[in-house]
Design a protein around this ligand. Structure first.
Ligand code: ASP
Ligand code: MG
Length: 817
């Protein structure tokens, strides 16, 4: 025997009814099948609404009544269109009869002027009864024998009309007496049982899962299948957390904990009995029959120790009772627990403390009105006797719970990750609590941002993905190239659980943004049509708004204005990666300030590309210094353009032609004057020197000027190149003079041990590592405590959009180190 239960969404319309009938018939071939049916989607809610509305204003909302009736009549009409042999008239009569009964019940309520629980149960369970009739007729139309079971007569419940509990042992005995033919399909309406007087009672909202449990136990089923509209139990609610995924297996204990702490897939009351009778349960999807779903058993075969899910309960109320004497604590909590259990109110995270004489617990807002008042009433005696100091109520709390066997094994890691996620939302933890059986860890928060927080924690803890949220400013050669690399590398990184999301792309005038990820296949078009004006402040607030875990602002501009804002960018929660040398080469005070702020706010401030473009210079230096090394002397060719220009001089090319050529190859700044003025090299040298700990300013660097003074006023590119021609002879002379000594000219930056820095043209001979550096190559020669007399040399292309972008990309991965 196998028990199948179909929930409301699986029975939402005629097609769904037919679909369910074929799922049943598919299984009939291998096993005898018992079926529990819920009411069609939303019908129970509508029936409940009739009663609520009546109770509120004492008028029966007749339109709801009519709508429900219409729904059922339409349903069987539609079924009849699909199966023309469907006994539509017979079922129509049953439906009409049921609605007459409903009408009578409503009349009865009006006479009484209130709705007793007994009548409430009869009204609210109507949908289940009709579902069972309608399905029985479909199966019979298709040539099957069906036995319809009456749960009022078979499932013996206690006297609670609304949240009844069934005596499984006695019900089982009743089932034993039943005679059901082997070939019959068994159908039973869910949600319903009967008390000792054979009166109809219901099993609490969503109680037909519990019916399925009871039927599988009473029919000795070897499995219970709960058919719903999702692929099983998920790691979190898939309707709100898009990255939640179905679990292939889970223990009863974990399922119970998840259900109790807010997961909506299976009713908590249905799990314990299944566990006791050791009947495995599968959660399956009616819309995706072939999906294996989630198997719930006593012990999982695989991954028994991993974290299974994250749930949350919002609108929780904390009640804290301060007593005068600790001997009263047990007595008070007994009274409260009895009251809450009588009222069927779930209690969460109950704590008693004998040291502070307190009892605290949480209840859900929907379960109870004025809970504080009610508790006061119950503890009236104690209050009179002045045994209670105060009762405190705090509303609007959220309980987030992480569930998995052996949760304590991971507690430090989990709490660390939670704290990190919460920090982004400026949230403080109100309380942390463990379940005694080591299966869940709950944190209590006061927040309006619960979904976003759950999303973050879920990605971080369950999916183990580490997101990096990228805000790119500057989309010239380097910025655009970087986006290409991100697009290329993204999938590869995702396999390593690193998720690169580009959320903002901006230039100095406008920007585009996407909360999750800008489509990088189409960003140029999107950018071209964007009408969003760029203000830095506008994009900075997005970090807090969306709670990005690892936000990074990448500065690919050359803007002093942006560089001036680094402190406030960091304070807004960003890491910074910059290819903009303006910041690190500004005044020492500003330089130190950005570094200190980054340190204070625990943010990364990375600038690998400031020196040698993509060459691994800065990071290596940092590591060297960390390991105790210090500089004795540095010498290098730090500029791709100057390397290219001076290299050509070796081959008797004039300085003006060489500059033109370097410009053509893309090595120079937009105006090559900036290269030849030496200022670019000086900035890089300054950054390097500061990295070694020298406190110097740009003005401290001696720059040997290549260009005569009158060049300073020439800002036009063409004019500059024309004027440059006038220096050709002078340069050729210098080159030839060096050649006589078997030397070449190089544009060299030097840092001495005492921190003095200079940039100048040097004659170098064949023995110098600088001799062969040309064509845009850079070289960095470090003589340090560890590297001498043979220096540490790093050489390679030190300019160009591609290598610079690759340098930024390597910084990007350092964000999460
Ligand atoms: N129809 C009932 C309800 O919605 C029982 C169930 O669906 O489980 O509460
Ligand atoms: Mg339901």
């Amino acid at each position: 025997m196998k028990t199948l239960k179909f929930g409301g969404t699986s029975l939402a319309n005629a097609n769904k009814f037919i679909q369910v009938s074929s799922i049943i018939l598919n299984q009939v071939k291998n096993d005898q099948i018992a079926v529990v049916l819920s009411a069609p989607a939303n019908i129970t809610n509508q029936l409940e609404k009739i009663i609520q509305k009546y109770t509120f204003n004492h008028i029966v909302p007749i339109e709801i009544f009519i709508n429900i009736k219409k729904f059922f009549l339409q349903l069987i009409d539609d079924i009849n269109i699909i199966h023309d042999k469907y006994p539509i008239n017979k079922i129509k009569k049953k439906i009409t009869l049921k609605f007459k009964q409903l009408n009578n019940l409503l009349d009865h309520i009006q006479t009484l002027n209130y709705c007793p629980d007994k009548i409430y149960a009869q009204i609210i369970s109507m949908g289940e009864i009709l579902s069972a009739y309608i399905m029985k007729a479909i199966l019979e139309t298709l040539g099957n024998k069906v036995t319809l079971l009456d749960p009022v007569k078979l499932l013996l419940a206690n006297n609670n009309y609304i949240n009844a509990v069934v005596d499984i042992h006695k019900s089982k005995k009743r089932f034993k007496k039943l005679k059901i033919y082997k070939q019959d399909i068994i159908i039973m309406p869910g949600f319903i049982a009967g008390n000792q007087f054979n009166e109809l009672v219901v099993l609490g909202r969503n109680g037909s899962d519990y019916s399925a449990t009871l039927l599988s136990i009473c029919t000795n089923s070897h499995i219970c299948e709960i058919w719903t509209d999702v692929n099983g139990i998920y790691t979190s609610d898939p309707n709100t957390i898009s990255t939640a995924r179905p679990l292939s297996e889970i223990t009863y204990q974990e399922a119970l904990e998840l259900a109790y702490l807010g997961a909506k897939v299976i009713h908590p009351a249905s799990i314990k009995p299944l566990q006791y009778y050791n009947i495995p349960c599968t959660i399956k999807n009616t819309n995706n029959c072939n999906h294996p779903g989630t198997l719930i058993t006593n012990q999982n075969k695989n991954n028994s120790d991993i974290i299974k899910g994250i749930t949350y309960l919002s609108n929780m109320i904390l009640i804290k009772i301060y007593s005068i004497k600790n001997i009263q604590i047990a007595n008070i909590s007994n009274k409260i627990l009895k009251y809450l259990s009588d009222k069927n109110i779930s209690v969460y995270l109950l704590h008693q403390s004998l040291s502070s004489n307190t009892i605290s617990f949480y209840v859900h807002k929907n379960n109870t009105l004025n809970i504080k008042k009610k508790i006061k009433k119950i503890l009236n005696k104690e209050i009179q006797k002045k045994l209670i100091e105060s009762i405190i109520e705090i509303k609007n709390l959220n309980i987030i719970s992480i569930v998995g066997n052996n949760i304590k094994k991971y507690n430090v890691k989990i709490i660390k990750k939670i704290c990190l996620s919460l920090e982004k939302f400026n949230n403080k933890i109100f309380e942390i609590s463990y379940n005694i059986s080591n299966i869940s860890l709950s944190i209590v928060l006061h927040t309006n941002n619960i979904i976003n927080i759950i999303k973050k924690i879920h990605d971080f803890i369950i999916n183990k993905t580490i997101p990096i949220n990228i805000f790119l400013i500057g989309i010239g050669g380097v910025g655009s190239e970087l986006l290409k690399i991100i697009l290329e590398q993204r999938d590869k990184l995702e396999k390593k659980f690193i998720q690169l999301n580009v959320n903002v792309i901006a230039n100095s005038t406008k920007y585009i943004t996407n909360k999750t990820n800008i489509n990088l296949n189409n960003w140029t078009h999107e950018f071209a049509v964007s009408k969003k004006n760029f203000y830095l402040k506008k994009i900075l607030i997005l970090v807090k708004k969306y709670g990005y875990l690892n936000p990074v602002l990448i500065d690919c501009t050359a803007s002093q204005d942006i560089a001036n804002e680094y402190n406030s960018i960091i304070k807004s929660g960003f890491n910074i990666i910059t290819a903009n040398k303006k910041s690190n080469s500004s005044l020492l005070l500003d330089y130190l300030s950005v570094h200190q702020i980054a340190n204070k706010y625990d943010k990364k401030f990375l600038y690998e590309t400031h020196v040698g473009a993509g060459l691994p210079i800065i990071d290596n230096l940092k590591n060297l210094i960390k390991s105790g090394d210090h500089l004795i002397k540095f010498q290098g060719i730090l500029s791709g353009s100057m390397s290219c220009i001076f290299g050509q001089l070796d081959d008797d090319i004039t300085i003006s032609d060489a500059t033109k050529q370097a410009q053509k190859l893309g090595f120079t700044e937009p105006n090559p004057k900036d290269d030849l003025s030496g200022i670019d090299v000086a900035r890089k040298l300054l950054i390097l020197a500061r990295e070694f700990g020298y406190s110097i300013e740009l003005t401290d660097i001696k720059i040997e000027k290549i260009l005569p003074k009158h060049f300073e006023t020439i800002n036009n590119k063409k004019k500059f190149l024309l004027q440059l021609k006038k220096l050709n002879n002078q340069f050729t002379e210098k080159v030839n003079y060096a050649k006589c000594k078997n030397k070449v000219l190089r544009y060299v930056g030097t840092i001495k041990g005492n921190g003095s820095c200079s940039v100048r043209i040097k004659e170098v001979d064949n023995n110098s590592p600088l001799y062969h550096i040309k064509n845009g190559e850079n070289i960095f020669v470090f003589y340090t405590k560890y590297y001498q007399p043979i220096p540490l040399i790093i050489r390679g292309y030190g300019a160009g959009n591609k290598v610079t972008a690759s340098g930024i990309f390597s910084d990007l991965l350092r964000i999460i180190l």
